[in-house]
Design a protein around this ligand. Structure first.
Ligand SMILES: [Zn+2]
Length: 188
């Protein structure tokens, strides 16, 4: 459930451009932090000397007329040169766009959460990410008790202790970001 949005974005770029080398992907990745979105379809990419750039800034845009991406590095004294190849400024923009989408998907993903208090005799487990917080002010002889918080992809949340079900609940559906925020007061 802990999918990395950047990994997703890179994989998608690889799939969309199967003929591209590892170094092409790597250069796009190196440029990821240099991309600024002006608006959808228009981007600025800072130049990097170590990647062979000779300008401080490149403009990358999508042409609706011929449905393709252009970069100001395609400009020559004769005008815009049509390239069969895609420069890594454009690649960086494509990666940026995929990364942004993947991030949004993660942020908006819905998960289920449940909370319970259990006595810990043995190892506590659940069908999701488990967070624990000890319950204080107990008599010395008692087994330690814990507040348990679970983030799960399944609606029905089951908490087990030593293999036995000790709590079961219908999880509450919330965005993943909310669940992570609520989990912050617990230890993972
Ligand atoms: Zn370029």
């Amino acid at each position: 459930m802990r999918r990395d949005p950047l990994r997703d974005a890179v994989e998608k770029l690889r799939r969309d451009f199967p003929g591209k080398s590892h170094s092409w992907i790597k250069r796009a990745l190196l440029r990821l932090g240099d991309v600024r979105e002006v608006r959808d379809g228009l981007y600025l990419v800072e130049g990097r000397r170590e990647l062979g750039d000779w300008k401080p800034l490149y403009q990358v845009w999508f042409s609706n007329a011929d449905r393709r991406w252009y970069c100001s590095c395609y400009l020559t004294q004769f005008g815009l040169r049509r390239r069969r190849d895609i420069c890594t400024h454009v690649a960086a923009v494509l990666l940026f766009r995929r990364y942004k989408k993947a991030l949004e998907r993660v942020q908006h993903r819905r998960v289920y959460i449940a909370e319970a208090e259990v006595e810990r005799r043995q190892k506590i487990a659940a069908n999701g990410e488990l967070y624990l917080k000890p319950v204080r002010s107990l008599p010395l002889f008692a087994s330690p008790r814990y507040r348990v918080f679970v983030i799960s992809e399944e609606r029905r949340i089951v908490i087990k202790c030593g293999g036995y079900v000790v709590a079961e609940a219908e999880g509450e559906e919330v965005p993943l970001a909310t669940a992570k925020f609520l989990a912050e007061s617990y230890e993972s």
